[in-house]
Design a protein around this ligand. Structure first.
Ligand code: FAD
Length: 502
């Protein structure tokens, strides 16, 4: 049967989600095949936060053919090797959650079992000593990938801290160069066909724009997916207590740290995200446990430089849309759900949504099995990340506030409980569940009872020697590494010389 392809996509919203969707669609769909229009309202503006990412963003950039040096220059980016968590286990404790694995690739047994066995043999090194990302990060250095390969630690990874506004601007230029049409205006209404499919959106000035498919990137307003398509919001605030954030920017007067800092506070946690030209700061808190003024005072008193913006309060509700996609309306970004930025996963979810949509690219009729496939995939991703974030809160041993006591004692989702029990007993993890359990669990003092017994087939000396060698290789690699600051300066120089156009 002849298919009827989508000939016109309208994207409502020009934040990170809108411009990522526009750029990826323009890259994938030839202009002559499908027209793309993006409508955004300067007077409404964007949420203006969302500056810490995970390594998948590099894949996104590569797919779009974006050169790294150009990207770093355009977005004032710095590199990120992981997150340093302060005060999440007990007050005063710190751990580093690195991107990538610990140690070298081992014989089918996850590295943390080697570390557990080493502990059982009476050694007491930190597991971070066996991660190239953690050691270099904590020393302000950056492993350039060729160096890491030479020392066999090729399985570390990295991402970026970016200026969200510059990133959207950069992607806008990329998209417009590839034929995306931008309309400035406020969407005030939408019209439907008899079958409930969206037909057009209407702007405040009376202009209507018809399309075959609509992507709702209107942020928390969820203009189309909620107000027109009535997809329900599933609320997760019983497990994720923070519902507000205060954000402020300040001068960066300290050396560049190639990691995000997430420090637990009495009613939530605080982030510190270094960019080339400034520091992004925020406190995500539960308004039931602390008021806005107290949260703002706490944040402002901990800035490492002079504030360069006014503190801004943002309210949110954790959860996701029951259906991110309904008929010919797909929601991407904050309109489809929100999980607090503890592990910087929102931009990753945007990316997942866009690539899944482009992979499934429907015809005009948007067949239900395609929609179901998308909705199931996205729900699963949201739930895996939700559990992962709950894990951080639940595994605290703090007794200093009601907020932390609640998190310790709350009933957690069944599948998370089962996985935690498995880890506590045997150290077993499941890579498909984000593959990060050991860093967070061990970092927050959950030590498995047993290490993998297959390690007993090796002699104790053999294990100890292997661990020692791993540590020495990392120290050796560290000695020859540039600082994160030097790496960025080098990339800026390349961008300056190359003057690559996007
Ligand atoms: P927005 O940025 O809000 O954009 C919405 C767009 O819709 C705007 O262009 C607006 O003008 C437009 N719009 C709205 N209504 C209309 C209308 N009627 N007509 C026309 N246009 C309209 N994510 C991360 O990955 N890492 C982080 O570190 C991180 N930190 C965060 C911290 C906080 C406190 C919050 C709340 C979120 C954070 N996020 C983070 C999430 C991240 O900010 C978002 O995923 C990302 O910015 C995408 O937002 P968006 O494009 O969906 O919405």
């Amino acid at each position: 049967m002849q298919s009827t392809p989508i000939k016109h996509i309208v994207i409502v919203g020009g934040g990170t989600a809108g411009w990522m969707a526009a750029a990826a669609s323009a890259n994938r769909l030839p202009k002559a095949f499908c027209k793309i229009t993006l409508i955004e309202s300067d007077s409404i503006g964007t949420v203006g936060v969302g500056e810490s990412t995970i390594p998948h963003i590099r894949q996104f950039n590569q797919t779009l053919g974006i050169d790294e040096a150009t990207f770093i220059k355009a977005t004032n980016a710095t590199v990120k090797l992981g997150i340093k968590f302060d005060n999440w286990g007990e007050i005063g404790q710190s751990y580093f959650h690195p991107f990538g694995e610990y140690g070298e690739i081992t014989k089918g047994i996850e590295f943390h079992h080697y570390w557990l066995k080493e502990q059982a043999l009476g050694k007491c090194s930190s597991i971070a000593d066996y991660s190239i990302a953690a050691t270099s990060g904590l020393n302000g250095k950056f492993p350039v990938s060729t160096q890491a390969k030479q020392t066999q630690f090729s399985d570390y990874n990295y991402s970026y801290h970016i200026d969200a506004t510059s990133y959207a601007r950069f992607l806008r230029k990329y998209s417009e160069t590839r034929g995306v049409v931008r309309i400035e205006g406020k969407v005030s209404n939408a019209h439907k066909h008899q079958n409930g499919f969206l037909r057009s959106v209407e702007l405040e000035n009376g202009q209507t724009i018809e399309a075959d498919f609509f992507i709702d990137c209107s942020g928390f307003r969820a203009l189309l997916i909620e107000k027109q398509m009535h997809s329900k919001f599933i609320d997760w605030s019983e497990w994720l207590l923070t519902d507000s954030a205060v954000a402020v920017q300040c001068e960066r007067n300290i050396p560049l740290h190639p990691y995000t800092i997430a420090s637990a506070q009495s009613a939530g946690w605080q982030w510190q995200i270094p960019l080339q030209h400034r520091m992004g700061n925020g406190y995500a808190y539960s308004a039931k446990h602390i008021n806005d003024q107290q949260a703002t005072d706490q944040l402002m008193s901990s800035l490492t430089g002079k504030a360069t913006s006014e503190p801004r309060i943002i309210r949110y509700k954790p959860g996701r849309r029951e259906c991110s996609w309904v008929k010919n309306c797909l929601s991407i970004g904050l309109s489809s759900g929100f999980l607090e930025p503890l592990e910087s996963t929102s931009i990753y979810l945007i990316q997942q949504g866009i690539s899944k949509f482009l992979e499934l690219l429907p015809n005009k009729d948007c067949a239900q099995p395609i929609i179901d496939e998308y909705n199931q995939a996205l729900s699963h991703s949201y739930e895996v990340i939700r559990n992962f974030i709950i894990l951080h809160f639940h595994l605290n041993q703090r007794s200093d506030s009601e907020f932390w006591r609640y998190c310790q004692n709350m009933c957690i989702p069944e599948e998370l409980k089962n996985r935690l029990d498995l880890f506590a007993e045997s150290g077993r993890t499941d890579i498909s569940q984000f593959g990060v359990w050991p860093a967070v669990c061990i970092g927050q003092n959950l030590r498995p009872k047993y290490y993998d017994s297959r390690l007993d087939t090796f002699g104790n000396d053999e294990i100890l020697q292997y661990m020692q060698q791993t540590k020495s290789k990392i120290s050796h690699a560290l000695a020859n590494m540039p600082s994160a600051e030097e790496f960025i300066a080098d990339r800026l120089k390349i961008a300056q010389e190359a003057k690559v156009s996007i």
